[in-house]
Design a protein around this ligand. Structure first.
Ligand SMILES: Nc1ncnc2c1ncn2[C@@H]1O[C@H](COP(=O)(O)OP(=O)(O)OP(=O)(O)O)[C@@H](O)[C@H]1O
Ligand SMILES: [Mg+2]
Length: 365
């Protein structure tokens, strides 16, 4: 890392299995996870603003990482930000033209305090999560999402102009857009149904491992009801039927951008009724399922970045998590206190484990 947040210039090497980053508040633990995430996905999980990541007073930053894949082949990823508008990413010295070229190559599963929104927050948070997940394993899905977003933007601006300023609505253009939208919607629906069915199985297994109960359920609830019949036609019909309402409201009311992904604990909506610890446990199960889902599709075991993993969890559940984690994955866990980790069941000594004192990392470039 060069000029990345608080770090001026440092390099570090990590163990193949469990890595514990410890140090007091502000020591720089989360920053290390951010650097790993930025290399694999070209952006941090905390911000999209490269200016925030550049060390105060600096215009840019640089990261270089060596990733070893399943076959033991090393890949060098470099990320160089020279200014707010100039960002270069290369893998093995080949410059990338788009993010899509690297997404899914070095899979990570991150669990950070920001992820709380995934179970506590609005449906939008869950749509974003599943869109990101499915995009990593299904490039056609990503492409369709982008096409859908473009159509939606154009459609909404037409509807807004009509509702707010009384501009006449180009009905022919609208019909063309909705025709395309129905086609893409049907494909998105199909992909979501298939992938979520797969994800659900993994989620239930992960949750049962942690809680010994099968009380978690997840539902994918399509905004347009797709019964027996041909989805594209059903979407087209729904879009025709809702046009009058859309014109009144000045926005697009129906479609996959309003699909719901909902978690239920003991048949009750987790978002509304779950306790803090129940939320966290479901979140951990989601992350484990995410890891297995990625691994199944990409044939590459993901690296886990676990920031503040044990917050909100009792010792019993922490132990279950530690047990299911150990083994096949490279893991990073942050902690402010090693005694606290021991208390939660993590053996903090042994040859599969590396302890890194973030407070003692010195500039060593
Ligand atoms: N762009 C920046 N330039 C310089 N320093 C920064 C920048 N961004 C953040 N920092 C500082 O870097 C330090 C390390 O932050 P980091 O989030 O990595 O700490 P942490 O070890 O995860 O702490 P905590 O235990 O509180 O979560 C903080 O003191 C923060 O103020
Ligand atoms: Mg932190």
């Amino acid at each position: 890392m060069i000029d990345f947040r608080k770090y001026e210039q440092i390099s570090m090497e990590f163990g193949q299995q469990t890595n514990i980053l410890y140090g007091e508040n502000g020591a720089g633990k989360t920053t290390i996870l951010e650097a790993i995430h930025s290399l694999a996905y070209t952006r941090s999980f905390k911000t999209r603003l490269d200016a925030d990541l550049s060390r105060h007073g600096q215009a840019g930053y640089q990261l270089k990482g060596l990733f070893s894949d399943q076959q033991g082949v090393n890949h060098e990823v470099r990320l160089k930000v020279e200014s707010a508008r100039k960002k270069l990413v290369s893998v093995d010295n080949k410059n990338l033209k788009s993010r899509a070229e690297i997404i899914g190559k070095f899979p990570l599963v991150s669990l950070t305090p920001e992820d709380g929104e995934l179970t506590f927050g609005s449906p939008e948070n869950r749509r974003l999560f599943f869109n990101k997940l499915l995009s990593q394993v299904d490039p056609v899905y990503l492409e369709n999402l982008q096409i859908y977003a473009r159509i939606l933007k154009q459609r909404n601006s037409m509807l807004q102009a009509y509702a707010n300023n009384g501009s006449p609505l180009d009905r022919i253009l609208m019909a063309t857009l909705d025709d395309q939208r129905a086609r893409v919607s049907a494909q998105l629906h199909e992909a979501r149904s298939q992938h979520i069915a797969e994800f659900k199985k993994l989620l239930y297994v992960a949750y049962e491992q942690l809680e010994q109960k099968n009380s978690l359920k997840m539902a994918f609830i399509s905004n347009v009801r797709i019964t027996a019949g041909e989805p594209e036609g059903l979407y087209r019909r729904a879009y025709q039927d809702s046009l009058a309402e859309d014109m009144r409201k000045g926005t697009t009311t129906r479609g996959p951008h309003r699909d719901l992904f909902t978690f239920f604990l003991n048949t009750k909506d987790l978002r509304k009724f779950g306790s803090q610890g129940e939320h966290k446990l479901v979140l951990v199960a989601i992350k484990f399922a995410e890891g297995r889902f990625l691994e199944n599709f990409l044939n590459e075991p993901p690296v886990f970045l676990l920031d503040d993993l044990f917050a909100e969890l009792d010792v019993k559940h922490s132990l279950m998590i530690v047990e299911s984690l150990q083994g096949e994955h490279q893991i990073f866990i942050t902690a402010t206190d090693l005694a606290d980790l021991r208390h939660h069941g993590l053996q903090v000594e042994g040859d599969t484990l590396q302890v890194i004192d973030a407070g003692k990392i010195q500039n060593n470039g």
